[in-house]
Design a protein around this ligand. Structure first.
Ligand SMILES: C[S@@+](CC[C@H](N)C(=O)[O-])C[C@H]1O[C@@H](n2cnc3c(N)ncnc32)[C@H](O)[C@@H]1O
Ligand SMILES: Nc1nc2[nH]cc(C(=O)O)c2c(=O)[nH]1
Ligand code: SF4
Ligand SMILES: [Mg+2]
Length: 207
């Protein structure tokens, strides 16, 4: 049976939730509760969480329950990720979190309409399904995954449409990081508005 997901965002397909250290981007190094929602049709061939793609495999879970779980941890920040979390209406979940003083951060490709109330938006645009142009001004950080040299141009094309205060990151695709990281280092030294982002949790062997 296909999931009947109510449009009010009170039930969400939850793949996993875990308390860890944000490994990537601007908030790297900070404790956060991760909420990973199932479902994604963007189709990045190098995606490191393909098990998330089929929403049907992940149980519909009440947003109230997710908030209660998040509240138990001392780090008062959640990262909503997936899968592609913006497939769902995130207004209810984020309002309930913020009511309790919990900061709301999202990891998104931007391929679906923006919902939710966010303290920080990490936009990671994908060639396989471009972000909606209307999300670009709301990004706190633009984090482009570099798989080959053409991704530097793709990164610049998106950087042209974010806000002046948006942080700019280049992150090596994990399986090619030995080859790509030196290119990113050179690029950042030549184009210092960009910074390097590494998936530090993978080096630390934490979730
Ligand atoms: C798994 S995605 C889920 C959120 C959303 N679908 C997105 O892509 O932004 C979380 C973050 O991991 C990044 N990512 C996924 N696979 C990766 C890989 N193989 N190497 C480096 N970063 C990766 C994505 O670009 C995104 O910034
Ligand atoms: N520690 C840790 N940091 C992360 N930052 C973004 C992640 C994601 O999969 O969205 C992620 C993740 O899976 N683990
Ligand atoms: S958009 Fe995110 S979850 Fe979806 S395939 Fe790409 S990296 Fe994976
Ligand atoms: Mg991850």
């Amino acid at each position: 049976m296909a999931h009947q997901i109510p449009p009010d965002g009170t039930l969400l397909p939850l793949m996993e939730e875990f308390y860890t250290i944000q490994g990537e981007g601007f908030h790297s190094g900070k404790a956060a509760y991760f909420i990973r929602l199932g479902g994604c049709d963007v189709g990045c061939h190098w995606c490191d969480v393909k098990e998330s793609w089929d929403a049907e495999l992940h149980p519909l879970t009440s947003a109230d329950q997710i908030v209660q779980n998040a509240e138990k941890f001392p780090g008062k920040a959640v990262v909503v990720t997936g899968g592609e979390p913006l497939i769902y209406n995130l207004d209810y979940l984020t309002a309930e979190l913020q009511k309790r003083g919990i900061k709301t951060f999202i990891e998104t490709s931007g391929a679906y309409p923006l919902s939710g109330s966010w303290d920080w938006i990490c936009l990671s645009p994908k060639k396989f399904k471009s972000p909606r142009p209307d999300i670009l001004p709301f990004a706190g950080e633009l984090k482009v995954i570099v798989f080959n040299k053409s991704d530097f141009l793709w990164a610049e094309e998106h950087a042209a449409h974010v806000s002046d205060t948006c942080k700019l990151y280049l992150q090596p695709e994990w399986s090619k990081s030995a080859e790509i990281t030196p290119l990113i280092i050179d690029y950042v030294m030549q184009n210092p508005k960009w910074e390097v982002s590494l998936q530090t949790h993978k080096y630390l062997n934490i979730p």
